[in-house]
Design a protein around this ligand. Structure first.
Ligand code: 8X3
Length: 258
């Protein structure tokens, strides 16, 4: 029976949006699994602090400030590597929860830019390096919003459907190359920033998202799942994995304690 081999010491894992939430947790988990992690995000201080923490714990991490929507910067970033084992496209997020009738087109554009074009930029720039590793994995962190809609979610739902389509199409197009394409689609995850960013810093509205939900997923729940998927034997492709807290049966059916 094939078992997951620990990654070679030279295996590099690039994580976008590594300054907080799922990205930071994934960087921690991948570092613990033996990868040399490259932390990217716009917020330099945060990724530098995380790199320092990981290196201090005996892992190997480096911080590289990067805006995934800046294609020239992404291309420049790619020149730093000959091969890459894993790319985790995690950067993204939601802006607003307005109905279609009144949603702000600027929010829709910004969400498409980060969630879809950001993933496209990194994937295009690093695909040759992933292939050169002889066993590459592209992870797209989409969302349950990439698989079903809900009222007030259309801008984010449209962007996450875009991320899902990118992953599914890429898998078709590169079959036969030594690169796997894995989509992880989390439902309700309670992180320090996701809901706060969505509601423009309104802590009350952000708190309402999780109100009465016994145990939303944590960033680490998702990070553990991503790490499990990428550490399967190389012939095993986890195409799509949807994970939700037990209290969430669908995008619109959530059990809340009174
Ligand atoms: C986050 C899940 O329900 O806020 O990607 O769209 S949801």
């Amino acid at each position: 029976m094939a078992t997951a081999a620990p990654p070679a010491a030279s295996r590099i894992a690039v994580v976008t949006g590594a300054s907080s939430g799922i990205g930071a947790a994934t960087a921690r988990r991948l570092a613990e699994a033996g990868y040399r992690v490259v932390l990217t995000a716009r917020r330099k201080d945060r990724i530098e602090a995380l790199a320092e923490e990981l290196n201090g714990a005996g892992h190997s991490a480096v911080a590289y400030p990067l805006d995934v929507t800046d294609r020239a910067a992404v291309d420049e970033f790619a020149t730093a590597f000959e091969t890459i084992g894993v790319l985790v496209n995690n950067a993204g997020g939601a802006l607003g929860a307005d109905p279609v009738a009144t949603g702000d087109p600027a929010d829709w554009r910004a969400m498409y830019e980060t969630n879809v074009i950001g993933t496209l930029n990194l994937t295009q720039a690093l695909l040759p390096k992933l292939e050169a590793s002889g066993d590459g994995v592209v992870v797209v962190v989409s969302s349950t919003a990439g698989h079903g809609t809900y009222e007030g979610g259309a801008g984010y739902v449209a962007a996450k459907h875009g991320a899902h389509v990118l992953a599914e199409t890429l898998r078709l197009e590169i079959v036969g190359t030594p690169v796997r394409v894995v989509e992880i689609a989390p439902g309700m995850v309670k992180t320090e920033e996701f809901a706060l960013t969505r509601f423009g810093g309104d802590t009350e509205r952000a708190a309402k998202v999780y109100e009465g939900v016994a145990e939303p997923l944590t960033a680490d729940d998702v990070a553990e799942t991503i790490t499990w998927a990428v550490t399967r034997p190389s012939h095993v492709n986890v195409d799509l994995l949807v994970l939700r807290p037990r209290a969430q049966a669908s995008n619109t059916k959530v059990h809340r304690e009174p």
